[in-house]
Design a protein around this ligand. Structure first.
Ligand code: DON
Length: 305
């Protein structure tokens, strides 16, 4: 299999597409991003890195940060996390509030916004947001082996100014006692985590521990093999919100999307893949990113099924 040719052809193919989805505009700063961009990076289990297109252009990782936040929270509280967050697909939009009323303020999973806010509450502990944000930044820099990874403050400020749905979710869960720290501190941390910028190359590198059964390529252990498998399972079942079934059907590997247009996808034991194209489909997932992964899976045979 000639992976270099496959990746180059996918990038070329995506460049010719007229329909590219719509860039997220509910976070005003994200609406400024050029929908013509497309990047892809694949890092294989033997350490090969193959990139094409805008693979070195940093973008807002947004909800992809929820994977790293979940990993940190499980490291802090272990399986107790599951008393406060479920493990089922929600079948609703990523920012939906409706299920919380009948489910005692316990979000369906850690990847919808409500679940990620509870995870951010866990990661905040009793600290100031800058402590939790610093920890998160150190973690992704370590995973990617790249200290240049940073937060885009303008994106964080933009979401802080307009994130009323997340404020509603956080206050609602606080009323149930499932958010335990002041809402402005929890969201301060959450919005900054979402505003981390990474390129496809950096994101694929950061995802390696999930293809390597929880190991960092430097030999260190990030999480246990069991935990890595479980995070991958949640990415497969919940990583694309109410389009998770469609993603599993079309692509067939664990994936986590973000409204910045990125997707991190893991082929356990084989490769970590990052794609980026800012235009989104109706579910808030990258339109061309999904298409590119579908083509990659078809041409490589990569699938967990
Ligand atoms: O909380 C939000 O709405 C954004 N910071 C993240 C949402 C997101 O990335 C959804 N994913 N596709």
């Amino acid at each position: 299999m000639d992976l270099v040719t496959i990746i180059a052809e996918i990038a070329a193919h995506m460049g010719t597409r007229d329909h590219r989805g719509r860039v997220a505009n509910y976070i005003p700063e994200l609406a400024k991003v050029d929908p013509a961009r497309f990047g892809i990076a694949v890092v294989t289990v033997d350490g090969r890195m193959i990139t094409a297109g805008d693979a070195d252009e940093p973008f807002s990782i947004q909800s992809i940060s929820k994977v790293f936040a979940l990993t940190l929270a499980l490291g802090k509280v272990g399986d107790q996390l599951w008393d406060r967050v479920g493990r089922e697909p929600s079948g609703n939009a990523f920012n939906s509030i409706t299920q919380l009323e009948h489910e005692q303020g316990i979000p369906r999973n850690p990847f919808i916004n409500a679940g990620a806010i509870v995870v951010a509450d866990v990661n905040l502990g009793g600290h100031q947001p800058r402590v939790a944000i610093g920890e998160m930044l150190r973690f992704v820099r370590y995973l990617a082996g790249d200290d240049a990874i940073a937060i885009n403050e303008a994106v964080a400020a933009s979401e802080t100014a307009t994130g009323h749905r997340n404020m509603a979710l956080a206050h609602y869960m606080r009323a149930f006692g499932n958010v335990r720290h002041p809402v402005d501190l929890v969201l301060g941390s959450y919005f900054h985590q979402c505003a981390i910028e990474m390129s496809c190359r950096q994101l694929a590198l950061a995802g390696r521990y999930l293809m390597l059964d929880g190991r960092h390529p430097d030999g260190g252990r990030v999480v246990s093999p069991r935990r890595a498998r479980r995070i991958n399972a949640l990415m497969l079942t919940c990583g694309h919100y109410d389009a998770s079934g469609d993603f599993a059907f079309r692509v067939g590997i664990p994936g986590k999307s973000g409204v910045g247009g990125g997707i991190l996808a893991i082929v356990p034991g084989v490769a970590a893949v990052a794609v980026w194209s800012p235009g989104l489909n109706d579910n808030g997932n990258s339109y061309l990113g999904t298409l590119a992964l579908e083509e990659l899976a078809r041409r490589t045979g990569w699938s967990v099924f």
